[in-house]
Structure formats: C-alpha cells, structure tokens
Write a protein that binds this ligand. Structure first.
Ligand SMILES: C[S@@+](CC[C@H](N)C(=O)[O-])C[C@H]1O[C@@H](n2cnc3c(N)ncnc32)[C@H](O)[C@@H]1O
Length: 232
C-alpha cells in the first residue's frame, strides 16, 4: 500500500438526484436475481460454523484481505466474526493466524446478505468498511445504497457502521437509510487514532485524507424487504 492514495474523483457535487427514486424502487420491487450456487454452498458452511460457535454475530462485509475480520475477532472474543469478500485473491493473502472466532468467506454479498436474512441471521454489529465508491454519477446503482439489495442490508439490523473516504457516499447512505427506516444515522468524521482497522483505512490516513463514518442502530426488520409479487 502506498501513502499517496488518490482522493475521490467525481462528477457529483451533491446527493444524487435519483437516490430517493432508487431507494423507493428497492423497497417496492423484489430482487429476483437467482442466488449463485457457490455462494449458497459457502453460506451453508458458514451457517454451520456459526451454529457451532454459538456466539452473537459480527459481519465484516467486503472484508478485503480480512485484517479487520481478524482484529474484530480479537476485540470481541465473545462474538463470532464472519468476513465476506468476493475476491479470492484478497482473501488468499497471508495475513496471519485467523482467530478461532473468525471465518473468512468468499462470496458475492448480494447473494450472501439475502441468504443470511432468510436464515434469520441477526448481527449485533455490521461493518461496511470502505466499500467501492463508484464515484461516477452514472454508477449510483452500483453503490450499496443505490442497489436493489439495500433493504436487505438494513433489514439484518444491528449496529451498522459504514466508513468511506468519500463524504458524499456516507451522506447518501445516511439519507437512504432515513428514507427506508425513518431512523437518522449519525454521520461524523472518523479518526482511527493511529490504529487503522483495514488496509484502505491505513492508506487513506497515511496520505492525509479525511475519513467519514455512519453509524445506525437498526432493528431486525425482515419486513423491509419486498417479496416477489409486491410491486412487480
Ligand atoms: C475498497 S475494498 C475495501 C476492503 C476492506 N474493507 C478494506 O477497507 O481494506 C472493497 C472490497 O469489497 C469487495 N466487494 C465489492 N463488491 C463485492 C460483492 N458484491 N461481494 C463481495 N465483495 C465485494 C471487493 O472485493 C473489495 O475487497
């Protein structure tokens, strides 16, 4: 990782004008994409592991190389921490022993989150640390708050923490959360106090970039997710 990480380049100056329409659509139209078989298998194995752990769950969504998953497991020895990423390359990098209460899963989050909700997973904490920003305005639908899976992320409940080096991403996520749940997340500047939780956090702070965080205490709310037949 270099300490001269580039700042976000975007053609957007304010919250995307289509955001509330995208959120409304996600809340009223079921996501019909079939779940990939490899993610179903990965989820089933993680589900078995979680049952054996018998501990409250922490999700580290888009965990990259899994450093945050390891650290969260150390910080929360009485929780089971599941880190999910679609990149086999990132997950496969050597970053030290995985604590017994941590598990790394290669899976697509769009499918994994839906399976987790279907199996009544209820994380106490849910981290989304430095998600891909997709800063071009045309890519709103690729940001998690503009994606059809957004209601599933919220429905899982727990303390949701999202961090980004792009303030607008966090502001949009907060606005979308308020629209979907009626709850106003707390948005603030974030300082890791010299102890970055992830490689991206480390490289952004090392290059002097400001970081932003959203925290939302969400109830478990599966009813937020539209079912097939609704609005279709
Ligand atoms: C910018 S990186 C941040 C990684 C890590 N959280 C960190 O802060 O170092 C975003 C990560 O999200 C993962 N990701 C993006 N979309 C995903 C998806 N649909 N399913 C699973 N992982 C995804 C990428 O593979 C990548 O590792």
């Amino acid at each position: 990782m270099h300490a001269n990480s580039r700042t976000i380049v975007t053609n957007q100056t304010e919250v995307h004008q289509d955001l509330s329409r995208r959120v409304e659509r996600a809340l009223t139209h079921a996501l019909r994409k079939p779940v990939a078989e490899h993610t179903r298998e990965a989820f089933c194995a993680a589900d078995e592991w979680l049952m054996l752990q018998g501990k409250p769950l922490i999700l580290d969504a888009g965990c990259g190389v899994g450093l945050s998953t390891r650290e969260l497991a150390r910080q929360h020895p009485n929780h089971a921490v599941v880190g999910i990423d679609r990149s086999a390359d990132r997950l496969g990098r050597e970053h030290g022993v995985l604590p017994d209460n941590a598990r790394l899963v290669r899976a697509d989050l769009v499918d994994f989150w839906r399976l987790a909700l279907a199996e009544d997973w209820q994380p106490t904490h849910h981290y989304l640390l430095y998600p891909n920003p997709y800063p071009k305005a045309a890519h709103l639908k690729l940001r998690w708050h503009g994606h059809p899976v957004f209601p599933v992320i919220l429905a899982l409940g727990g303390r949701l923490e999202v961090r980004s080096n792009w303030r607008l991403y966090i502001q949009e996520f907060a606005q979308a959360t308020k629209q979907a749940t009626g709850l106003q997340p707390v948005v603030s500047e974030y300082d890791s106090m010299g102890q970055p939780l992830t490689p991206f956090e480390r490289k952004y702070q090392a290059s002097g970039q400001r970081l932003w965080q959203l925290v939302a205490e969400l109830p478990y709310c599966p009813g937020l997710v539209p079912t097939a037949g609704e609005g279709s």
